[in-house]
Design a protein around this ligand. Structure first.
Ligand SMILES: [Zn+2]
Length: 172
């Protein structure tokens, strides 16, 4: 698996949600999930062009840093993206004697990115917060709009818009 497809990402994200998301409902809280997985998660003073980072020193617990000034929906997506890096590493057999070091510039997290690690982390984040089956279910509801969906999943309008496009779902 050199890169997660949307379907791979959905399977992996579902596994993590079902194991660690005690709230079970939406919006999913990636911060509580990450903490349940043993990751330290903190707000940090990061440069403006950095959204977040995932760092792990050998023999230490991983840490996710989120840009302290970002909105809750943005932090939710960034945190899910960092979880994606971590989970995908574990999936490929990460060992505790290996360091992890991802610093995510806002540009890298954009849709145009082609780096397989970044595409995979973005797909994981989308699948984690907006699972395919739930997006389809919500999109079929009467009066469904990008506003109601963004609120339901706790994501930005651009995130839900992109997700709908990517899954080729059109609202009625
Ligand atoms: Zn990344």
């Amino acid at each position: 698996m050199a890169m997660l497809t949307n379907d791979d990402a959905d399977v992996l994200a579902t596994k993590v949600r079902e194991t660690y998301w005690r709230g079970r409902s939406f919006p999913v809280d990636p911060i509580s999930v990450g903490r349940a997985m043993g990751i330290r998660i903190v707000d940090a003073e990061l440069p403006d062009d950095v959204a977040g980072a995932l760092l792990k020193k050998v023999g230490q617990d991983p840490i996710i840093m989120l840009h302290g000034d970002d909105s809750p929906s943005r932090k939710r997506f960034t945190c899910s993206h960092e979880l994606g890096h971590y989970v995908y590493r574990l999936e490929r057999g990460h060992f505790d004697d290996q360091a992890i070091d991802y610093v995510d510039y806002r540009n890298d997290m954009s849709r145009q990115g082609t780096d397989p690690e970044e595409v995979s982390a973005n797909r994981f984040a989308a699948a984690f917060l907006m699972p395919i089956a739930k997006v389809k279910e919500m999109a079929e509801k009467k009066n469904a709009s990008i506003y109601s969906l963004a609120e339901f999943f706790g994501v930005s309008l651009s995130a839900i818009r992109y997700r709908l496009d990517d899954l080729q779902i059109t609202l009625k």
